[in-house]
Ligand binder design. Structure first.
Ligand code: FES
Length: 552
């Protein structure tokens, strides 16, 4: 089975189990209303899960999820992993053993001996007959919920929309089990009170048909057989890992990292497992599942000796626009010595997962916008520094909002100037249209700001904007904490010159004719000129737009 198929099947099984758990918790929470409400909810719950399809879905999901978890445990060469992953694995491995008694006492007892697992009967067991089992059951369900929440969080966390919904999901993840536990306690207290009523227990036994002592002994045997089988499967996986380890130790390879660091691991380890084994810091937002791309490495030596990337790996690499010598460390198992350089910082944030691979710089066609406040330096001379900072921050807020709303990326704020990039992902045609829309929004926003600050400003704020489009090298540049996306090249140089030219032309906007052509906008109504640009052969044909509001 391919890793992608395994992942999909496992995810499907996990969804079935998550649905079951959520509905089970909602059912428990009905205990807040009454025991009768809980029991009524259970009947609906059983309609869904105790029909042939529901049974197949639920027990199929439990089997698939469990078997694949053991398979993945066998597959991974190193057991070194981040704490969250270890917690998820650990909880997942103990849950079958902890849940066995509950499943055997309810579902199997019903199936084998016709015992009705109604809420009052189950709660009687957990609150009156054996309260310690009741506490364990509450702990077990909480552990199952934590296991599920970790899985969902780490599955979703590098989706772009996730930060927007994370707070809501977190609240849900906290409130649902809380309500379920409170409902469980309320139901339990009701049952404790009812159990004191003479004849209640007997009446309950008549309708629920508890197993006879012989049947109870059979159920205990079933539980013990299951636990034995599970233990054998677990020990078997670890034994198989040990045998494989001994076998593979006969042949090892070296993974070389920048700074002459070398790690020797048996053949069969992924590059990420090699990093983890030796404690080499290595980004892996998705935990090595081949989904986030953050573990990617440039292969400095030994590229041709590496096994070909799987289709899934190629898809992820293509999605981030990776260069041909880049591989996913978590998916690549070298068979010979290899030298690699991780491309992302170990502390890479989930939001950087699957982001275009611009760190190394890529040539793109895009639009570049420069803007500058006119006469602000002179104006600032007569103001207190605090006032200058206040006005500048309001100005940056106004133009920054206009740029990002139009789809651009604010790049540099220097003095009272700003540089922005448009069309990095969507191409120069859309980029030019976005840049022109941003220019209009900037001027309009500045007019509003000037009106707002009219009491503090000697004259309304004015701006000069230059836009040019063409190719530039775009990449994340900087050092330490100061990395930002920027562009370099002739296009940037020309855009800066067009912004300066707005002073000479006394215009709000000067754009190169390339911008009009890319944006498919007719600028022939505006004055044309050929602009000389320092250190550049040939002149740049431009259009001079005195008032941005005149733009079509
Ligand atoms: S760790 Fe996420 S793709 Fe490798």
């Amino acid at each position: 089975m391919s890793p992608v198929l395994i992942r999909r099947v496992r995810l499907g099984a996990a969804f079935v189990l998550l649905t079951y758990l959520i509905l089970h918790f909602i059912n428990h929470a009905l205990g807040l209303i009454s025991l009768d409400a809980t029991e009524a909810g259970r009947r609906w719950f059983l309609v869904m899960w105790r029909n042939p399809i529901g049974t197949l879905a639920l027990y199929g999901a439990i089997t698939v999820h469990g078997v694949l978890a053991l398979w993945l445990l066998y597959q991974r060469r190193s057991l070194r992993m981040p704490a969250w992953e270890a917690a998820q694995y650990g909880l997942g491995l103990v849950l079958p053993a902890l849940l066995a008694a509950h499943v055997v006492g309810t579902r199997i007892a019903w199936w084998q001996f016709g015992t009705e697992d109604r809420y009052p009967r189950v709660l009687l067991g957990y609150w009156v007959v054996a309260p310690e089992r009741g506490i364990w059951q509450a702990i077990t369900l909480t552990m199952a919920w934590i296991h599920a929440c970790i899985g969902v969080h780490y599955w979703l966390r590098f989706r772009r929309w996730y930060p927007r919904v994370a707070a809501g999901l977190f609240a849900f993840a906290l409130l649902l089990p809380t309500f379920a536990l409170v409902g469980y306690v309320a139901g339990g207290r009701e049952v404790v009170a009812l159990a004191r009523t003479p004849g209640w227990r007997e009446a309950l036994a008549r309708v629920t048909h508890p197993p006879s002592p012989a049947q109870s002994a059979t159920l205990v045997q079933i539980r013990l057989r299951f636990l034995e089988a599970y233990l054998v499967a677990l020990v078997g996986v670890f034994a198989a890992r040990g045998v494989r380890h001994l076998w593979q130790r006969r042949r090892s390879i070296r993974v070389l990292y920048p700074g002459e660091r070398a790690v020797t691991v048996p053949v069969g380890f992924t590059i990420l497992e090699a990093s983890r084994t030796a404690g080499v810091p290595h980004a892996s937002v998705c935990g090595g599942r081949g989904r986030c791309s953050t573990c990617r490495v440039r292969v400095v030596l030994g590229l041709t000796d590496l096994p070909t990337a799987s289709e899934a790996e190629q898809r992820v690499l293509a999605r981030v626009g990776a260069a041909p010598d880049v591989r996913l460390a978590c998916q690549t198992r070298p068979v010979r010595d290899v030298a690699v350089a991780p491309l992302l910082a170990p502390s890479t944030a989930p939001t950087d997962a699957l982001a275009a691979d611009v760190r190394q710089g890529r040539e793109r066609e895009l639009a570049v916008l420069f803007a500058d406040l006119r006469g602000f330096t002179r104006m600032a001379e007569h103001k207190l520094p605090y006032d200058v900072v206040f006005v500048l921050n309001r100005y940056f807020e106004t133009v920054g909002t206009a740029i990002t709303t139009a789809g651009g990326v604010t790049n540099q704020f220097t003095g009272d100037g700003v540089m922005a990039l448009f069309g990095i992902d969507v191409g120069p045609a859309a980029g030019c249209r976005q840049a022109l829309a941003a220019a209009r929004a900037m001027v309009e926003g500045l007019a509003t700001l000037s009106a707002e600050l009219s009491g503090d400003l000697p004259a309304p704020l004015r701006i000069g904007i230059g836009i040019h489009a063409g190719s530039a090298v775009v990449g994340r540049m900087g050092w330490g904490q100061s990395f930002y996306l920027t562009a370099v090249g002739d296009t940037v140089h020309v855009a800066a010159r067009l912004e300066q030219a707005t002073k000479d032309y006394n215009a709000e906007l000067v754009v190169s004719e390339d911008v009009g052509r890319y944006a498919a906008i007719d600028l022939s109504a505006f004055r044309r000129d050929d602009l000389a640009v320092r250190n550049r052969a040939g002149r740049v044909p431009v259009r001079i737009i005195a008032r941005v509001t005149q733009l079509p």
